[in-house]
Design a protein. Structure first.
Length: 274
């Protein structure tokens, strides 16, 4: 006579094996989403990117650890092996250089937004920024804050706009340089400067939304094409690629537009061709 309990146990073994195989196959997916994605980001993203990160975390469970600074400084750090997974640059030239040095994943470089330069004045300024760059000649403006053009794309855009207007030589003694565009904005907020040539995306912050600004015509400076790239040395490639895919979704694109960025020409999220 057969032991029914033994037969029942043996019948369950194949099912247990199938279940364990299923768990083993699914667990890596969960571990990918549980990883923290390390991001080096241009300072003009310090208000838009946290909102994007929160949206993505709610959707996927993955977290972003974001460091903000100038694109040029991050470029140098990544060249020297800084442990980032993604690099969001305010200037496509830096990711292009990393691509040429084979330090990024092939075909990962994409233009995610186009930034805009604005002339920003504190709310109590007696001047009207809509009069354009010529108001910077006013003697009541003793200091003008810009990002350092040596390594900050918005700083180079500011210099280009002033040169285009024929004002750079006259205004150069007034310029005070921030390490990055966020620090330049802090100079104006604190009163250390009476005007700033800043990223429009920063004017949406609580500290700056009460100020007055005028958007510098885009034809006065080279396009601020902002690019993101996946670093070859990243140990979190699947999670990083998933976030790059999220950036192409309508909610992500809408968030960037809400913070004053334009979408790149062509199809939204289209990869940049080297």
């Amino acid at each position: 006579m057969h032991d029914l309990r033994a037969l029942d146990a043996s019948a369950k073994l194949p099912m247990l094996h199938i279940f364990l195989c299923f768990v083993a196959s699914v667990f890596p997916l969960f571990s990918v989403h549980a990883q923290t994605i390390r991001v080096a980001a241009a300072a003009d993203l310090q208000y838009a990117l946290p909102e994007l990160a929160a949206q993505y975390e709610k959707q996927s469970g993955a977290k972003l650890a974001i460091s903000y600074g100038s694109s040029g400084n991050f470029f140098a750090q990544i060249q020297n092996g800084a442990p980032f997974d993604l690099f969001f640059s305010a200037d496509v030239s830096y990711p292009n250089k990393l691509a040429l040095a084979h330090q990024v994943e092939p075909d990962s470089l994409q233009i995610y937004a186009v930034g805009h330069l604005v002339l920003w004045l504190p709310p109590d300024s007696p001047l009207d920024p809509s009069a354009g760059l010529k108001i910077l000649l006013d003697p009541r403006i003793q200091k003008i804050a810009i990002a350092n053009p040596e390594h900050a794309p918005y700083g180079r855009a500011a210099v280009a706009a002033l040169r285009d207007a024929g004002l750079y030589d006259q205004l150069q003694p007034k310029l005070v340089l921030g390490e990055h565009i966020s620090q330049a904005a802090q100079f104006v907020q604190s009163g250390s400067a009476q005007a700033g040539l800043l990223a429009q995306s920063l004017t949406f912050s609580l500290a700056m939304k009460s100020g007055k600004y005028w958007q510098v015509p885009v034809e006065r400076y080279p396009a601020i094409e902002q690019a993101v790239v996946l670093i070859s040395a990243s140990p979190n490639k699947p999670a990083a690629q998933s976030f790059l895919a999220f950036l192409k979704t309508p909610p992500a694109r809408s968030t960037l537009e809400r913070y004053g960025f334009s979408l790149p020409p062509g199809a939204p999220g289209e990869k940049h061709k080297l």
